[in-house]
Every structure is written in C-alpha cells, then in structure tokens.
Design a protein around this ligand. Structure first.
Ligand code: HEC
Length: 179
C-alpha cells in the first residue's frame, strides 16, 4: 500500500471513531448528574493546564499563613465557595453533585499539587465551560490569596473548625462584607 493511502485510511478510521464517540456522548443524554468520562476529563484538564500563563503559575502567595489570615480565608470560603465545594472542600453538596464537570476534592493531590499561582489564577478567572465562576470583579487580590491559604489548610482542617464554618455559610446571618 502506498504511504499516502495508508495515511488516508488512518485519518478515515480516526474520523469514524471520533464521530462514533461523539454519538455515544450525545445519546447518553445531557444530564449534569453524570460523571465525565476519562477522555473528557483528560482533554479538559490538559486544556486548563496549558491555558494558565507561566507568569501566573509562578506567582507566590504574598499573604503570610498566620492563624488570622487562614481564619479570614475560611470565613470567606464558607460564604462564597462552600455552596459548591462544601466547607471541607470535598464538593459533596447538592450543587456540587449537580454540576458537570463536578468540583474536584480540593484536599486531594490533584489540587494540592498545583502551585499557589495556579490556584489564585483559577479563583480570579474561573474555569470556562464549568460552574467555577471568576471572582476577580468581586474580590480583592488579598481575599483571593487568603482563599489560597485556606485551600492549603483544608487537608488539616479540624472538626472544631468545620463546626465553626457552619455559622458562616449563606444561610447564616453573617455579614458578607466582613469577609
Ligand atoms: C457554582 C459552583 C462553584 C462555586 C460557587 C465555586 N466553585 Fe470552584 N469550582 C467549581 C467547579 C465545577 C470546578 C471544577 C472546574 C473544572 O473541572 O475545571 C471548580 C474548581 C475550582 C478550583 C480548581 C481546583 C483544581 O484542582 O484545579 C479551585 C481552586 C476552586 N474551584 C476554588 C474556588 C473558590 C476559592 C471559590 C469561592 C471563592 C469557588 N471555587 C467557588 C464550582 C464552583
């Protein structure tokens, strides 16, 4: 077989496979309750990784991880982020479970292995084609950096801190301007 013909056959096979996969995806329905397939997850995470500029990735957190700063991040997270991500960062809320893609477990390696700059960039800019909103118009830079501090604290969060957070969520009477 001539090389040109072999390439054409491979391209044809790829086109048929892609169309077939697309058909399977569409036939599966559009419910956001489903879990994204491994291929979709790989494509989305790779695209996101490439999209974060390296200057942002290298940014260091200018806010010191003091008890006070972590606590302020915690209050803020509880009000603005917990409806989707839950106070413990696991994302097991009715909003979280109903999103496609779902919020990842912020305590797990997938998030914790990202740089501070990458987490900050995600909070400021959100993630396109997902439920993750951009907060740069609503937050000061300090507030977003304190949220990064709090995300780093999540793997060690205590039951006492979690019960405190319940008083700060959107159903409580707390004043959001304070956060
Ligand atoms: C309306 C739901 C919603 C709210 C509110 C929300 N998020 Fe998210 N968040 C998501 C979803 C969905 C993703 C996953 C996006 C994806 O798969 O690319 C996400 C992803 C993230 C990530 C990326 C994690 C990773 O491993 O890459 C960070 C960090 C994050 N959110 C922080 C926050 C913070 C901080 C707040 C509050 C200021 C917040 N989110 C509010 C839905 C939400």
């Amino acid at each position: 077989m001539k090389p040109g013909k072999a390439v054409a056959l491979i391209l044809l096979a790829l086109a048929v496979a892609t169309a077939g996969y697309g058909l399977i995806l569409v036939r599966r329905g559009f419910s956001a309750l489903a879990t994204p397939s491994a291929i979709e997850e790989f494509a989305a995470t790779t695209a996101r990784k490439i999209a974060v500029p390296s200057t942002s990735r290298q940014l260091r957190n200018p806010i010191m991880p003091t008890t006070e700063n972590i606590r302020r991040g915690m209050e803020h997270f509880s009000y603005h982020c917990a409806p989707c991500h839950s106070n413990d960062g696991g994302g097991q809320t009715s909003w979280g479970k109903g999103l496609y893609p779902k919020p990842p477990d912020l305590r797990a390696a997938g998030t914790q292995n990202k740089s501070d700059g990458e987490l900050y960039y995600t909070i400021q800019n959100g993630v396109r084609l997902s439920g993750m909103p951009a907060f740069s118009e609503e937050h000061t830079a300090e507030q977003s950096w304190r949220l990064v501090l709090f995300i780093r604290h999540l793997p060690q969060i205590t039951p006492e801190e979690l019960s405190q957070m319940k008083g700060w969520d959107q159903n409580s009477k707390a004043d959001p301007a304070h956060f």
